[in-house]
Ligand binder design. Structure first.
Ligand code: GLC
Length: 432
């Protein structure tokens, strides 16, 4: 009898523990971090690893059908002699970005940080022997840039990873697949990332789409992360609806709610902070023949279209095997930064516009101001169907001049002396 009672209590207790694990309520620090994140609008994504040596993107191992035992030899030749964390963070800062998201471990399974749980890491497996993540973390903290860490759920090298739809050529011994072992490896590495590099702004997961029906035990993993750093935001590029325990929502190569690139089918826009990641040229990891860079104007337009939806842009750079940013990328980052230096007031700290994005551009709100970002207009007037907001005055942020406007029951109409042709013609409307 006594035994049964004890058993009953044990079951009840574990049921409570289990359900507590699964129902996530973010801490006040986490909510504060979400707000800071949502205000920050621009982050820089960095895809860098031993794959950068091949100059064919971060998927080279799978795309070129390479066996893991051959691919892993790259590590012994990885010596990015020009890597300078201070310079990276200075360039990132000069772009106006407020955070960096760094690939701590990509699908190739190589850890770009010192890990006690595998020798396949930058300190133990390369002649470079430097923990680049440590150097980046220090510089981020010195220069006030938040550090986010990309972490792949897929591993194309380890035998214990239960192989999914990618990396099948790697030549692993399938009889050694062991999810429990792989899961605890990941959680141990996440503990290292969260304990050895100071405050981490976010963990950015990727790869669940490789085995969409697999039970990845995400909720428990998220709880593990939040138990170490409760403020650390968690996001997952799973291309699906957000899951319990996630703190912001990711869209890959698309504005929230759109699906032009094919990764976001049925992905409804949530109420969490939003982030859209995009490349500057075509690929994420360094690609030696990819000079197909978007223009600075197009990048700014994509940023502003995100801003109009209350979302951030995570803009990618793929540094080369020498540890340097491609020149085109560094130049564009500086150009974006110059633009943000002038017009950042209408970007940082804003929330989504009161009217949905339009062909001509977007609006964004901050305190008593409504910023109208005109990206492409063929007329010298613009009607905004805004009814429950009263406009007090309107000024051009481009030249400080007052803009003529009228407000009636249909909304606010702005009148310009000539058709705006700037990258982004911004009007600040003071509202009540
Ligand atoms: C995709 C790719 C991956 C890249 C990521 C960035 O998931 O598989 O290589 O890191 O997109 O968004």
């Amino acid at each position: 009898m006594k035994k049964n009672v004890i058993l009953l209590f044990t079951l009840m207790f574990s049921a409570i523990m289990f359900s507590e694990n699964l129902s996530y309520s973010p801490t006040p620090e986490n909510l504060e971090r979400r707000k800071e994140f949502a205000d920050s609008k621009l982050g820089i994504f960095i895809h860098w690893g031993i794959y950068s040596m091949m100059g064919d993107g971060e998927w080279v191992m799978t795309n070129q059908n390479i066996k893991h035992k051959n691919y892993s030899k790259l590590a012994a030749g990885f010596y990015p002699s020009n890597f300078d964390a201070k310079e990276w963070i200075e360039i990132i800062k000069s772009s106006g970005a407020k955070y960096l998201c760094f690939t701590s471990r990509h699908h190739d399974g190589f850890s770009m940080f010192h890990s006690d749980y595998t020798d396949y890491n930058i300190v133990d497996a390369t002649p470079f022997k430097r923990d680049v993540l440590k150097e980046l973390a220090e510089e981020c903290h010195n220069q006030n840039i938040k550090l986010h860490l990309y972490y792949s759920h897929i591993d194309w090298g380890r035998d214990d990873f239960p192989v999914g739809s990618t990396g099948q050529q790697s030549g692993r011994d399938k009889s050694k697949e062991n999810w429990e072992s792989y899961y605890s490896f990941m959680n141990n590495q996440l503990s290292e990332l969260l304990k050895n590099y100071g405050e981490i702004g976010a963990i950015w997961f990727d790869g669940v789409w490789d085995k969409p029906d697999f039970e990845w035990q995400l909720e428990e993993q998220y709880a593990h992360i939040h138990s170490i750093q409760p403020q650390c935001l968690i996001a997952n590029n799973h291309h699906k609806e957000i899951r319990e325990g996630e703190d912001f929502q990711i869209f890959e190569r698309d504005l929230p709610g759109q699906n032009t690139a094919g990764y976001s089918e049925g992905q409804k826009v949530s109420k969490l902070p939003l982030e859209s990641c995009q490349t500057m040229n075509r690929t994420w990891g360094y690609n030696i023949v990819d000079d197909d860079y978007k223009s600075t104007k197009d990048i700014i337009h994509f940023l502003i279209r995100n801003v109009g939806m209350g979302a951030n842009l995570l803009l990618n750079v793929g540094p080369g095997p020498d540890g340097e940013f491609p020149e085109e990328a560094a130049t564009k980052l500086k150009e974006i930064g110059k633009w943000l230096d002038k017009y950042g007031d209408s970007v940082y700290g804003t929330t989504a516009g009161v009217i949905p994005p339009q062909d001509w551009g977007v609006t964004a709100m901050k305190n008593n101001a409504m910023y109208v970002h005109i990206l492409s207009l063929n007329e010298n007037s613009l009607s905004l169907p805004i009814k429950d907001i009263k406009a007090i005055n309107a000024t051009s942020l481009i030249n400080g001049e007052n803009i003529k406007f009228k407000q009636d029951k249909n909304g606010i109409t702005l009148f310009f002396n000539e058709i705006p042709t700037n990258i982004d013609y911004i009007v600040k409307i003071e509202v009540k």
